[in-house]
Design a protein around this ligand. Sequence first.
Ligand SMILES: Cc1cc2nc3c(=O)[nH]c(=O)nc-3n(C[C@H](O)[C@H](O)[C@H](O)COP(=O)(O)OP(=O)(O)OC[C@H]3O[C@@H](n4cnc5c(N)ncnc54)[C@H](O)[C@@H]3O)c2cc1C
Length: 548
Amino acid sequence: MDTATAHIVQPKLPETSEPDWEVVILGAGVGGIYQIKRLVDLGVKATVLDLSPDLGGTWYWNRYPGARFDSESYSYGYSFSKELLEEWEWSEHFAGQPETLRYCNHVADKFDLRRDIQFRSRVTSAIFDEDTRSWRIALEDGSKHTCRFLITAIGPLSTPTLPRIEGRESFKGKSFHTAHWPKEPVDFAGKRVAVIGTGATGVQTIQTIASEVGHLTVFQRTPNWCAPLHNGKIDAETQAAIKAGYGEIFARCQETFACFIHTPDPRGAFEVSDAEREAFYEKLYGERGFGIWQGNFKDILVDRKANATISDFVARKIRQRVTDQRVAEKLIPRNHGFGTRRLPLETFYYEVYNRDNVELVDLMETPIERITPQGIRTSEREFAFDIIIFATGFDAITGSFDKIDVRGAHGAMLRDKWKRGPETYLGLMVDGFPNMMMLMGPHTALGNIPRSIEYSVDWVTGLIRFTLENKLTFLDATAEGTADWTDHVKALGAGLLSSEVNSWMTGINSNVEGKQTRIVARYSGSAPAYRARCDAVAASGYAELRLG
Ligand SMILES: Cc1cc2nc3c(=O)[nH]c(=O)nc-3n(C[C@H](O)[C@H](O)[C@H](O)COP(=O)(O)OP(=O)(O)OC[C@H]3O[C@@H](n4cnc5c(N)ncnc54)[C@H](O)[C@@H]3O)c2cc1C
């Protein structure tokens, strides 16, 4: 044994029947697609299981009107293949869902990955068998698989939640959750439509259907700060510049805090004059994408007073854009500052409320009492609808884990281990759950997600290669490693204004039982720091892990 493997302490597996697969990946979204590509290249016997009828994950399910990126298309696509970058042309700065789904399919077809993916395969349990050092995976249809290593790529936003409103099932019209949108077009012409929810998805839906529907009623519980997307077509000249500049684009994403092309301005909000600050905000408000959130003064997300300056600026914009000032006031958030929840980007969203066929119902004033066969009853009146759209989001980050009965060593249940919030090692592993790695699970750097996915997949692939080279059949995080990383992630969240706000980013979801207490599910440090920490672990020959 050389020094790189001196920490391999577990005895070798005495005798074992080979599992069906060396690796099973759960989920065929952006993460699962890249992970299977890397494992196929490595010659590993692996398969992907996804409950969906087809691949794409987020981009398969979220077909609601107006669904699109908030990341610049060219910063979102995979970076691993020069040929792919050269041949794929994004049509818009922020591509819509149909295009992104086509992209996912193009990638799978180009690299012939479809044959390694099994669809309509909902995993209900994953149980670690210590004797064989392998996972036993059960599917809803009764079929079973065994594998040495389990990689979860089940998505941070993939378990939709419906509102807990009485009478939901009694509605006689059509109703849709945005993440379970039908493939056939929905005819809105002349229809009375309700949208419940004004998060990123609700905003995209509302601004897209307002001009198509007969009448639109928006039910808003919590207004969100929104900023203009400024989307546009990519012309031939820009296309050429993007292709020539991919190296720079991805290098920039590697350097920035959250892997976007935007990075905070090094100045504090009060290090400039009032006029300069106003001009800077005006500039950011007029620019594409998340710059106003991710590229703003360095202190707006940590300093209450600095945050108030940008909140005040955006509130003034809302008042300018919405004609009826009573409506404008309802659209201005009071319970959180700008950027402390996930920022929806919009295209003429506020102007929607100037239309005669659109009405805003503030649920803080007149809460929904129940859904009726005809529509929705609030404390004030009854509304009749043909269609109700639930833009009520997801059981974020841990939701998809909760749906699977995951049991590690000695029958320990992941649900129990995470009862008071997730505990992870680098957001990639959990002690006591050997041979399991997570992509985009809790406590990992998210940000511009495919950038984080590519890093995590490469890291996990490196670890799998290491186990193969060293003929290992067992790996586990230590209890100490898990506790340290969990404490580190909690410490990073302290002092952030977003940590003091109820949102999916702090684990709150009023529609899910048991998710009313804030937890730290999100790594809020810098992506470069995250990668440096994970790189160091790999460079040490995974010395912090228990291997055998
Ligand atoms: C509308 C919308 C817009 C978004 N825009 C952006 C953006 O602009 N920029 C950005 O960075 N991120 C964005 N995101 C986040 C997006 O989720 C990620 O970018 C990325 O697609 C996540 O990929 P993933 O592979 O990790 O997960 P997913 O794409 O969610 O895929 C997970 C897969 O796992 C499957 N699965 C889950 N549970 C099981 C089970 N028990 N058994 C079998 N299969 C299972 C699901 O069916 C799904 O196919 C957006 C999300 C939404 C919903």
